[in-house]
Design a protein around this ligand. Structure first.
Ligand code: MLT
Length: 268
């Protein structure tokens, strides 16, 4: 559904509005949209209210032209605006995968009082290295030059486990199709935002709520060792490794991912 906020109109999947307990808000990775959480939302309902917004520019979400260069912080403030528009004043469990995790960490820093728990999936607190920044610039030039398909095809072997690539053609195809749906301007904007994101490590000590850190065992973009470091930098975190999954752990091994998510939310 479309949710009109003070910052723009966002496409939001909102499942199970009658569910009890803290709502679970899920932020997608790059270059995807709220559709990457559809199956999780449907499976977790009716026990959990799952709210998944598409970030500005993705999945039909349109922000007002108030920010020329939206940052990860901008996206975190967009999430807060969506919660305001849904009249959600109680604390939520916020989860994000990869870029969504960068947004979740920014939300914790900027709107920490609204959190009941955090789920950080296939993500990291460190900023980009110089090499990663240069790759972002290359990606921006590529996508603005009209080659989104090239960018997506180069991304797939990095974000999916070799097992998924070999044995789950439907997952590969749906991930590819979702990435190809992205608007090139939004893709470039997200690449800039990720390139320029600050180091989130100094804020980790201030996160007091329980945190579930999830990572695919075969994630080569943000490997399990990085997730171990993230979990050990947090006061109250548990690490869950998802076997036979790469960077898109919720789509590659949905049952294991959801079981971890459901157990974490139930224990809060
Ligand atoms: C994502 O999955 O959101 C991105 O791969 C994250 C990144 O490129 O840093």
């Amino acid at each position: 559904m479309r949710v009109a906020t003070t910052r723009g109109t966002f496409e939001v999947h909102d499942e199970s509005r009658d569910a009890r307990g803290a709502p679970l808000v899920l932020v997608h990775g790059f270059p995807f949209d709220a559709g990457s959480w559809s199956a999780d939302g449907a499976a977790l309902a009716p026990r959990v209210r799952v709210i998944a917004p598409s970030m500005r520019g993705f999945g039909g979400s349109v922000a007002f032209e108030d920010v020329p260069a939206p940052s990860i912080d901008t996206m975190a403030d967009d999430v807060a605006a969506v919660l305001d528009a849904l009249a959600l004043t109680e604390p939520v469990v916020l989860g994000g995968l990869s870029m969504g995790g960068y947004v979740a960490l920014a939300f914790a820093r900027r709107h920490g009082h609204r959190l009941r728990g955090l789920v950080l999936a296939d993500t990291r607190a460190e900023p980009d290295s110089d090499e990663a920044r240069a790759n972002r610039d290359h990606g921006i030039a590529r996508v603005l030059g009209g080659d989104l398909a090239g960018l997506v095809d180069a991304l797939l072997p990095k974000i999916l486990s070799p097992k998924t690539l070999a044995a789950q053609p439907a997952v590969v195809e749906s991930v590819r199709a979702m990435a190809l749906r992205a608007h090139p301007q939004a893709v470039a904007q997200a690449l800039r935002a990720m390139r320029d994101r600050p180091d989130a490590r100094p804020g980790l000590a201030a996160i007091a709520v329980p945190v579930l850190v999830v990572v695919g065992a075969d994630d080569v973009l943000i490997p399990p060792a990085a997730s171990e470091a993230l979990a050990s930098g947090l006061a109250n975190a548990r690490l869950q490794i998802i076997e036979s999954a790469g960077h898109m752990s919720n789509l590659e091994q949905p049952a294991a991912f959801r079981a971890a998510l459901a157990a974490f939310v139930a224990a809060l």
